[in-house]
Design a protein around this ligand. Structure first.
Ligand SMILES: Cc1cc2nc3c(=O)[nH]c(=O)nc-3n(C[C@H](O)[C@H](O)[C@H](O)COP(=O)(O)OP(=O)(O)OC[C@H]3O[C@@H](n4cnc5c(N)ncnc54)[C@H](O)[C@@H]3O)c2cc1C
Length: 158
């Protein structure tokens, strides 16, 4: 079910759903073993959206920016959870995607997900962690740096 309270925010999504709601159940099926419900589909979609954002070109051409804008606009039309598709359409309309660089787009996607988290009563994600969460090379580099720092702090000579 769509969250009924959208906290009165302008980015609030569709408030209700009709019978013809597409993928609208919220059971936590294991999507590897059966058809996904809204939650499993949402997790998979966020995985695609964030991963695409952190691998988006650092300095995208006009064509690459148009491709990503078209991808988001198409997803907002074909996403099989109707209230989620409506959320995405509203987000794009109210907060046009920032497609000028990888850093901008990854931040935009994180902020967009946080507004939906807020509407659903979920905790805010710290966007300074978005590359560590979604980009393998960043995650490895951070893990290496923190292992090095903790080895240095536990060394008897430090
Ligand atoms: C466009 C869209 C609209 C949706 N609208 C609705 C709706 O109206 N009603 C509904 O019930 N469900 C909706 N969903 C599904 C919902 O957002 C969740 O995917 C679902 O509830 C499962 O939540 P989760 O707690 O497993 O984590 P998810 O929100 O699916 O997040 C997956 C992972 O992403 C990471 N993450 C969380 N926040 C951020 C962030 N801001 N930036 C980067 N990474 C982050 C965390 O590691 C988290 O575990 C929507 C999904 C999408 C893609």
């Amino acid at each position: 079910m769509a969250q009924e309270a959208k906290n009165g925010q302008p980015w609030g999504g569709a408030a209700s759903e009709g019978e013809d709601c597409g993928v609208c159940d919220d059971k936590m099926e294991d999507m590897l073993r059966g058809p996904p419900g809204r939650a499993a589909l949402g997790r998979a979609t966020w995985t695609l959206l964030h991963t695409a954002s952190v691998y988006y070109p650092e300095d995208p051409s006009a064509g690459e920016q148009e491709d990503m804008a078209a991808f988001l606009a198409s997803l907002a039309k074909v996403y099989p959870c109707k209230v989620c598709a409506e959320d995405l359409r509203q987000q794009i309309e109210l907060f046009p995607p920032a497609l000028g660089s990888r850093a901008e787009y990854a931040q935009w996607m994180c902020d967009m997900h946080n507004r939906i988290n807020y509407n659903l009563g979920k905790p805010e994600f710290d966007c300074s962690r978005v590359f560590d969460r979604w980009r393998k090379a960043s995650a490895k580099a951070s893990a290496k740096a923190s292992a090095k720092a903790s080895a240095a702090s536990s060394s008897p000579t430090s």
